[in-house]
Design a protein around this ligand. Sequence first.
Ligand code: HEM
Length: 275
Amino acid sequence: MNDAALSTTHVRPLDTQRAINLAVTFWFSIAAIGHGIFFVYILAVFYPPIAESGLYGLQDMHLPAGFREGDTLGNLAAVAHVLLAAIVIGGGPLQLIPGVRRKLPTFHRWLGRSYLLAAVTSAIGGLYMTWTRHSIGDLVSQITISIDGVLILVFAFLALRHVIAGRIAEHRRWALRLFMAASAVWFFRVVLMGWAMLTGGWGIDWETFTGPFLYALGFGQYLVPLVMLQWYFHCEKREASQRAQIAFVSTLVPLAVFMAIGIFAATIGMWLPRM
Ligand code: HEM
């Protein structure tokens, strides 16, 4: 055996930064496909009836809190909520693609403004519907989704404040947090359906739409994505240990695989049947 074979100088150290980039790209590609399917669902299911019947468009649909006879303000909130959801769900992933940001800066700016306005209006509409109409679930689900609404408002304000002040690195961090909070309702559906497919719905009472799993998911729909994002911010830093970076990749990849299963389950079990 020669010296070169024994030498360690030819062995490349594990490139954890590259592994993180690959894992994040893998996660994002799956999330973007899933958002695309939900976007098509929103366009196909809500736009035609609203275009035809206006504020009566959500009457007799699958949304228990979608329509109330005589409640014009509430019906307006519901209609605006589902129409603007298309901008939030369709626009969010587009905003995060570096190539779009670099090559189409004007598009990025305008989509960013529309996304922010849509997320804020949709959150306010959602809060209004949640507290003035009875939907599925109980007080716990009302509280957990309302926390999401408040997070959307706070993150949108901070993302806007930093970009106006020209603090781009800060803006990026708050805009990413806004994306996670505004997509929490998407995470909720994907995790719910993935869980139902893998466990048969353990911890879920489908009649009342309550149960331990649903309570955990009520908080988890935004807390898990936000914690993972914070971990990612930490791993980007120079001083991040390799051990933290490897742990991050080893957590994100299985989560992404579970997300793909959930997207499949939500598409065939929830979205396609209503389209
Ligand atoms: C900004 C991000 C959000 C998006 C993109 C979004 C999207 C949607 C969509 C697409 C629906 C129709 C449900 C379906 O067909 O699956 C819906 C319904 C609803 N959303 Fe949101 N939503 C968001 C945030 C919120 C928030 C923060 C709240 C409450 C604080 C909320 C409360 C509701 C309520 C009450 C309904 C009607 C449910 C029912 O009738 O039972 N949403 N949302």
